[in-house]
Design a binder for this molecule. Structure first.
Ligand SMILES: Cc1cc2nc3c(=O)[nH]c(=O)nc-3n(C[C@H](O)[C@H](O)[C@H](O)COP(=O)(O)O)c2cc1C
Length: 187
């Protein structure tokens, strides 16, 4: 198993649903024998001590949360030397396409993905459906939530697809945990 491979999972989450996704991914990676630390993007990180990094953020108005974007920019040199996986949590509702028939997970990509693709060359970037409890909204979000135009997009409910997230985490584990040597498999 990949016992000495250390993975850092970093997240930015305003209302907690992206934090749950980060913790869930960490749990799946641990099941594969990886050593995992989960930290908020605003905490201090010891990137050097980790072999791989997963970074995720909630998406607001088409962009990653500031602390997640700043984490990637601040650590771009270090991140580009390690395998990195990025994820966003954003689109809401049960529809998989928007009014124009476009894949919601594609149109919901945060604007930073293009920049990060070039800067750190991640192994993958993925968009997951998110969750929204309008009663929890604070500050400017509360005001935006009251706009008639926003109501169509800001659908109340929990649309996180755990099987989808699990499959993605499984792909990360497969990439990081070296396969058993062929000789061992024959015996
Ligand atoms: C004011 C507001 C704006 C949002 N803008 C977007 C957006 O542009 N794209 C998107 O995919 N999701 C958007 N969302 C949905 C959130 O990304 C989703 O609720 C997410 O799961 C929240 O994560 P958190 O609980 O970790 O903060 C928005 C939500 C709110 C309240």
């Amino acid at each position: 198993m990949g016992n000495d491979i250390r993975v850092l999972v970093v997240y930015a989450s305003r209302y907690g649903s992206t934090k749950d996704i980060a913790q869930f991914i960490a749990g799946r990676l641990e099941e594969h024998g990886l050593r995992v630390h989960v930290q908020s993007a605003s905490e201090v990180h010891e990137l050097e001590r980790h072999d791989a990094v997963v970074v995720g953020s909630a998406v607001y108005l088409g962009a990653w949360m500031k602390e997640a974007a700043e984490f990637v920019r601040r650590n771009a040199a270090n991140l580009s030397k390690r395998p990195v996986w990025l994820f966003s949590s954003g689109p809401l509702g049960t529809a998989t396409t928007d009014g124009q028939g476009r894949d919601l997970r594609v149109v919901s990509r945060p604007k930073e993905f293009i920049e990060f693709e070039a800067a750190i060359k991640p192994q993958d970037h993925q968009v997951f459906f998110g969750a929204l409890d309008p009663a929890k909204l604070r500050g400017g979000h509360r005001l935006i939530g009251m706009l008639p135009a926003a109501k169509k997009l800001l659908i109340e409910g929990d649309f996180r697809d755990w099987r989808d997230i699990e499959a993605w985490a499984g792909g990360i584990a497969e990439a990081l945990v070296p396969a058993a040597p062929a000789a061992a498999m024959i015996r």
